[in-house]
Design a protein around this ligand. Structure first.
Ligand SMILES: Cc1cc2nc3c(=O)[nH]c(=O)nc-3n(C[C@H](O)[C@H](O)[C@H](O)COP(=O)(O)OP(=O)(O)OC[C@H]3O[C@@H](n4cnc5c(N)ncnc54)[C@H](O)[C@@H]3O)c2cc1C
Length: 384
């Protein structure tokens, strides 16, 4: 007999998991298909967990608005997951310092301060002395303080989402290499794997960097509509008295202090395909960037290195919405902001699948915008 669900989610990263949880909690029969042995092991595990609409944005626009909306949902999202699972995703509200290493970086940060305060966001300039008083390890030419750009422990968030999705009675099918979409008479009918059919009237493609490779002939997305951008990361461990408290970002690296004493240092931005190798050059550049602003980190223990693949769409915007195939939706292309955008993406996808009005304007994120054009970005034009 063909197993039947109300909705199938392809991909068990934070995006697929949060959508699955939302729909399962609404009472729908949800099945999550994950290619790996376990969900949550790709970009969602590799990330730094910064919830940073203001630090990431160079100008206002639809993506900035979406990021702000999602950030506003975060405290309730983490609290709900904690209540559902007992797993605390360690939301940290200390805020972010955008550091100027040199005097010539100050003007760009002050321009950001101007447009973001005009947009109604909180931002504050700090002199080098004020920065040192706040974070004695740092040397700088000043910093822009963004009190509302928080961080979350994304590995714990992912664990909480898996547990909450299971608690809401969603099913998981892992090891599902070779999954294909089933489309009948112009509408989605489910998925097929190794000759076995799984029926569902709605399917959400949340396969991260692999989303455009899913049944490409049916999906009508060009192969590079979503492509992987490697980010290498490392973790340091410092003695208790010499720890940072805020997220620190410089043009060369960012530093994210975790509650367990690790300091996450990230990240490279590399267009090298699906290669997750950590390289000597990558580690060198991250350490050089970190030590330039916090020389005392030279004494820290290097405890972990890893790399992950950020899903980037050709026009740098997320891909969230209906496709031309009735019942088939996309939720991918979240690039550097997928952890941040998880709550709003889940709410949008929940509304789309349930035929409810979405909570905000999603026209800019429609998959249809990518059908015809395949505007290739060169490595030089990668958004930072
Ligand atoms: C180094 C690094 C640092 C980052 N830092 C931040 C940050 O600070 N803040 C932030 O907001 N974002 C950050 N990001 C981005 C964020 O991690 C991603 O945007 C987000 O995790 C994307 O989630 P996802 O669920 O779409 O993708 P993924 O987590 O990659 O999940 C996709 C899942 O789909 C599965 N899959 C793929 N193909 C198939 C298939 N055919 N069938 C079934 N399953 C399939 C994969 O195995 C995977 O588990 C960072 C990313 C990286 C790599």
């Amino acid at each position: 007999m063909t197993p039947t669900s109300d909705v199938i989610i392809i991909g068990g990263g934070v995006i697929g998991l949060a959508i699955a949880r939302a729909l399962a909690r609404d009472g729908l029969r949800v099945t999550v298909f994950e290619r790996n042995a376990q969900p949550g092991g790709e970009a969602s595990w590799a990330a730094a967990g910064m919830l940073a609409p203001q630090a990431e944005a160079d100008a206002p626009g639809p993506l900035f608005d979406l990021c702000l909306r999602s950030r506003a949902l975060y405290a309730d999202f983490v609290a709900a997951l904690w209540a559902e699972t007992g797993i605390d995703a360690e939301l940290c509200p200390a805020g972010t310092l955008l550091l100027a290493e040199e005097e010539n970086e100050v003007a760009a940060l002050q321009a950001k301060l101007a447009w973001q305060t005009a947009a109604g966001c909180h931002a504050e300039w700090m002199s080098p002395d004020e920065v040192q008083a706040l974070e004695p390890l740092l040397k700088s030419a000043g910093a822009l303080y963004l009190p509302d750009d928080w961080q979350v422990e994304n590995r714990r968030l992912t664990q909480a989402l898996v547990a909450a999705t299971m608690a809401a009675q969603a099913r998981f099918v892992c090891h599902c290499e070779g999954l294909e979409l089933l489309v009948e008479r112009g509408r989605v009918a489910g998925v097929e794997m190794r000759g076995e059919r799984w029926a569902a009237p709605a399917v959400v493609n949340a396969a991260g960097s692999w989303a455009a490779r899913m049944s490409p002939a049916l999906l009508r997305l060009p192969a590079r509509a979503v492509r992987p951008i490697r980010g290498q990361m490392l973790a340091l461990r410092m003695p208790l008295l010499t720890r940072l408290r805020h997220v620190i970002r410089t043009p060369r690296a960012y530093l994210v202090p975790r509650r367990d004493g690790r300091l996450i240092v990230g990240a490279t931005v590399e267009d090298v395909g699906y290669e997750k190798q950590v390289t000597a050059g990558g580690v060198f550049s991250l350490l050089a960037g970190a030590l330039a602003v916090a020389p005392a980190l030279a004494q820290a223990a290097l405890v972990e290195t890893w790399a992950g693949l950020r899903p980037l769409a050709t026009d740098n915007l997320p891909i969230i919405g209906e496709t031309d195939i009735e019942g088939l939706y996309c939720a991918t292309g979240h690039y550097r902001n997928g952890i941040l955008l998880t709550p709003i993406t889940a709410e949008i996808a929940r509304c789309l699948v349930r035929q409810l009005p979405p909570p905000c304007d999603i026209a800019s994120f429609s998959p249809r915008r990518l059908y015809e054009a395949d505007v290739l970005c060169s490595e030089a034009s990668l958004p930072n």
